[in-house]
Design a protein around this ligand. Sequence first.
Ligand code: ADP
Ligand code: MG
Length: 305
Amino acid sequence: MSIIINDVTKKFGEQKALDNVSLSIKKGEIVALLGPNGAGKSTMMKIITCYLPPTEGDVKVFGYDVLSESLKVRRVVGYLPENNPLYPDMYVREYLEFIAGIHKLGRKSGERIKEMIYQTGLELEHHKKIGALSKGYRQRVGIAQALIHDPEVLILDEPTSGLDPNQLVEIRNLVRTVGKQKTVLLSTHIMQEVEAVCDRVVIINHGKIVADAPTRELQLLNLTSRIIKAEFDKTYDWQLLKNLSGVMEVQPENEKTVRIFINSNEDLRADIFHFAVKNQWVLLAMGYEDQSVEQVFRKLTFESK
Ligand code: ADP
Ligand code: MG
């Protein structure tokens, strides 16, 4: 296991930012920590990276304890903190040299900095001041500094927040590429990010884990309320579909398309087909609508309140 979080509680005064959280992350996994603001994502990441001690419980990274072996933990962990704090007056290369110095890379540092600049796509920017870079390039510098000592584990706290759509795609691709050789935990409140980058989703709300599943499985979760989308050749009296057993609700999407909400685990497509034939409706297309992670997320975080 790369990361083992064992019954961790973090209190700020009386408030529990993390409430008895346990989580294990395997070597090589790319895991999303998904949750609304204030859920406890950053707190969990600060504990894993030794920036905050847990109030109760223990955390191990590559077998090292975050409290008693924090120097070893810092050696195997790369961390991009929330809001990516950088020194705007430093030049990109100068800053990376500074970070390489902190990690005591010594003679290796020149080569390593060159590699990082190449890997994060900073070739055209490395001679500029950090303050002169766009937000997307600043994130690249943040990722480069997190990777410079070649850590096994990468902790990225909202790596794409505040980026424009193009930068967002670029940073996601970068995370996916570097993630091939690392264990990655990244936090986000953007669902598409999870679907685009991560193997597994851990959903956190009010300091508690409310779901933990492979991304694909999470989309299939909650099969009890599924949606079938059906298209007909013209407008009919859709409300009649409600007479079918297992149909909860019917909502027209436009003149010819309806969304049929199912509250049974049975496949109702055949029933809908026969119903259409019986009523002489011409059915042009029909299929299940994939529930987005967002829908599942809303449901889970709402229900856990
Ligand atoms: P997230 O990153 O998911 O938005 P955080 O981990 O930052 O959530 O915060 C979780 C909760 O803990 C919030 O209610 C926040 O106000 C509180 N919190 C975080 N850091 C501190 C702190 N240093 N002092 C007091 N409360 C804090
Ligand atoms: Mg946060």
